[in-house]
Design a protein around this ligand. Structure first.
Ligand code: 13P
Length: 254
């Protein structure tokens, strides 16, 4: 963490929680995180769960986001949801480019870029996910991979719009596997992403962009990961479904 940048602890619920389950979860976590405002707290929820989570979060500093957004304003895109629809529902944050979208649903850097630009144009804040797969890390090309993803995914995004971009560095081999990047690996790769931002936008934008780490972050390893200067928060999957675990990660960020 770094005093110059906002620390953001976000949960990615993925395909978990019915509206009733989301309500119960938010009601449980709300008193636990009350007053812990040294970090922003966001839960990204399945579309059908957003309204219930928002209602439960009212009166707290917990924000509710979405897990994806389409790039078109409207039209024949069965199953998709537009940025205009999300903002009309009071949704300010959206995850884009999660590796599960890339891996299982054919998302490419091109569609990630289109979705990012559409969300930003609608006034949303984007949590842009990127990271290398295991073979790329073993081949020693992590820096090249994350630099390329940063440049492709942000093509056409302005320096002004970067104020509403959070990057989540998520090494694919660490997601849901229990394998966590070491604090040194997380710090080094977040730093490489920052270097790519510096090339694109200059030092000021690079130094002010929040870069989270995601991939098996939990109540045990969060403090050490967050102690690194280039790690400005976490994007948390499994541990964001258990109030006590998520709360412990928020505590580590205070
Ligand atoms: P896990 O924390 O379950 O590894 O998931 C990380 C993730 O994919 C967050 O987006």
């Amino acid at each position: 963490m770094n005093a110059k940048r906002r620390t953001v602890i976000a949960g990615n619920w993925k395909m978990n929680f019915t509206p009733a389950e989301a309500t119960a979860f938010i009601n449980e976590i709300k008193p636990l995180v009350a007053g812990k405002d040294a970090c922003d707290i966001i839960f990204c929820a399945p579309y059908v769960t957003i309204a219930a989570a928002q209602a439960a979060a009212e009166g707290s500093h917990i924000k509710i986001g979405a897990e994806n957004v389409h790039f078109a304003e409207k039209g024949a895109y069965t199953g998709e949801v537009s940025a205009k629809m999300l903002t009309a529902c009071g949704v300010e944050y959206v995850i884009i480019g999660h590796s599960e979208r890339r891996q299982y649903f054919g998302e490419t850097d091109e569609t990630v870029n289109l979705r990012t630009k559409a969300a930003l144009a609608a006034g949303m804040t984007v949590i842009l996910c990127l990271g290398e797969v295991k073979e790329q890390r073993l081949a020693g090309i992590t820096k090249e991979v994350v630099s390329m993803q940063t440049k492709l995914d942000l093509a056409g995004v302005t320096a002004e719009e970067m104020k509403r971009v959070i990057i989540a560095y998520e090494p694919v081999w660490a997601i849901g596997t229990g394998l966590t990047a070491t604090p040194e690996q997380a710090d080094e790769t977040c730093g490489q992403i920052r270097d790519a931002l510096c090339e694109l936008y200059g030092k000021e934008v690079a130094e002010s962009t929040t870069i989270q780490y995601g991939g098996s972050m939990n109540e045990k390893n969060a403090a050490e990961l967050l102690s690194k200067p280039n790690v400005d928060g976490g994007l948390i999957g499994g541990a964001s479904l258990v109030a006590a675990k998520f709360n412990a990660i928020v505590d580590a960020a205070q």
